[in-house]
Design a protein around this ligand. Structure first.
Ligand SMILES: Nc1nc2c(ncn2[C@@H]2O[C@H](COP(=O)(O)OP(=O)(O)O[C@H]3O[C@H](CO)[C@@H](O)[C@H](O)[C@@H]3O)[C@@H](O)[C@H]2O)c(=O)[nH]1
Length: 432
């Protein structure tokens, strides 16, 4: 049937109305979805607050796996930093560790630390990579975050990492893996680092190649070596609790596990990986050790909030303790080309000329992959990964908001990194 002139505008209006109705319906659906997510978040917030009240009132059915210093307002992007003068108790006292028991009780344990904490055969590996682009321009390619004294304590993050771990390994078993651009800065800041323990990689190939290179070299030097990798640019408070956790991790590593340290989460962070706790291992020498059921790398906020509410998850702090031989076996199984490349490089490491040509030839061909995806996730699926759930304060100082949390400020005043009296000459100020 032919359309008359008077019907044409009517059809146009009807089509417009139809489109508007369709758009409204879509918006309604999205609103319903958002309301549902808000309601989920409110529910998990409420349960967290109740659990926190229980802790503060000393009730025993306290929260599954939360650090006692945690802020109740988990809806905020970040909780108060444990690196600020405390109003909370996340930082355990000397030789005391806040432990979350499997029955979800937070208890305080004392570790019988001997004066000499050195662990024979334990090597520290500090992968110092990345320019920390989220902290640019404070951190730049030639001034990476780990060389900066970001919280004005008098030490760079790298120096603090060194000092923290030195009691466990002693200077001869402390190693660093970094790019050539940073060698001078690293040796300048760490005068006690043996230059043969600075493993220089030609270019960034991500954490598996960096830690794998150290493991391959150390395995040739000491077939029984147990290694622990700890990022150069993390901040930790409650150092006794930290050392206690690493000491337990070494015990578990000796039993043939790849061991990680799980941090009690204080808020539903989306910038970290999460570890799902599995069964208790029941080791006498490592009473808090558990199997890792699975890893989840950087979930969205909704998923992270759900994880927190279960109490069964810890943050993955990127710390791994293992026999060097096990790490290489896992690489051989899961990324054989990377394994072979690193074994070839390590075979000629002590010969400077042969090392140079092996690095030139092999390094560019190596796969760029994080240790989490390369070995930790597949090994967890085989029941080969353990975790020491811990409650020391930890942050990876990833961005300005995390850095700002570590700096003191009066309310409604900017946070200043540098000398406040210098006014405009201060290093940096934050308006957050
Ligand atoms: N030497 C060297 N080190 C590297 C390289 N790539 C990464 N690293 C080092 O390996 C560690 C982790 O690498 P990132 O790239 O910073 O990892 P991420 O995205 O932050 O995630 C990992 O760490 C988080 C904690 O900070 C975890 O929450 C997450 O699950 C994961 O393990 C850091 O110490 C980093 O310096 C490299 O090419 N060379």
């Amino acid at each position: 049937m032919a359309t008359t002139v008077s019907e044409a505008p009517k059809m146009g209006i009807e089509m417009m109305l139809e489109r508007i109705m369709g758009a409204m319906e879509k918006q309604n659906q999205e609103l319903t979805e958002l309301r549902r997510e808000c309601s989920d978040l409110r529910t998990s917030n409420r349960s967290m607050e109740i659990m926190l009240q229980n802790i503060s009132q000393g009730r025993s059915n306290s929260p599954p796996g939360l650090s006692a210093g945690m802020s109740p307002s988990i809806g905020r992007e970040r909780a108060r930093s444990p690196f600020l003068p405390r109003r909370s108790t996340a930082q355990a006292g000397p030789s005391q560790v806040l432990i979350t028991s499997p029955s979800h009780e937070v208890t305080t344990h004392s570790f019988p630390f001997p004066d000499d904490r050195e662990i024979p055969g334990f090597y520290v590996v500090i992968p110092a990579g990345g320019a920390g682009t989220r902290l640019w321009p404070l951190s730049r390619e030639n001034h990476p975050k780990f060389l900066l004294d970001v919280n004005l304590c008098g030490n760079s993050l790298l120096q603090s990492t060194w000092e923290r771990l030195l009691p466990l390994a002693g200077p001869s078993r402390m190693t660093v893996v970094a790019g050539p651009a940073h060698s001078e800065g690293i040796l300048g800041q760490l005068p006690n680092l043996d230059s043969s323990n600075l493993f220089t990689e030609p270019g960034p190939k991500d954490s598996m190649a960096a830690i794998g290179l150290a493991a391959a070299i150390l395995l040739r030097r000491d077939p029984e070596a147990v290694i622990g990798s700890f990022a150069a640019d993390h901040m930790i408070s409650g150092e006794d609790a930290f050392l206690g956790a690493v000491t337990e991790a070494v015990e578990v590593a000796k039993e043939g596990y790849l061991v990680t340290i799980g941090i009690a989460p204080s808020h539903p962070a989306t910038g970290f990986g999460y570890i799902r706790l599995g069964d208790k291992l029941g080791l006498k020498s490592a009473p808090h050790s558990r199997l890792v059921s699975s890893f989840k790398e950087k979930p969205d906020a909704h998923t992270a909030a759900k994880y927190l509410a279960t109490g069964q998850y810890r943050w993955n702090a990127g710390m791994f303790v293992t026999k060097a031989s096990l790490l290489m076996e896992l690489m051989k199984e899961n990324c054989p080309d990377l394994y072979e490349g690193l074994m070839n490089i390590s075979a000629v490491w002590d010969d400077e000329v042969a090392r140079k040509s092996a690095l030139e030839e092999v390094w560019p061909t190596l796969e760029k992959i994080p240790i989490d995806n390369a070995v930790a996730e597949p090994a967890a699926a085989q029941g080969k990964v353990a975790v020491i759930p811990s409650t020391f304060g930890w942050d990876d100082v990833g961005d300005f908001s995390s850095l700002a949390e570590m700096l003191p400020a009066e309310s409604n005043k900017p946070r200043v990194l540098g000398d406040q009296r210098l006014g405009k000459r201060c290093l940096w100020s934050f308006h957050l």
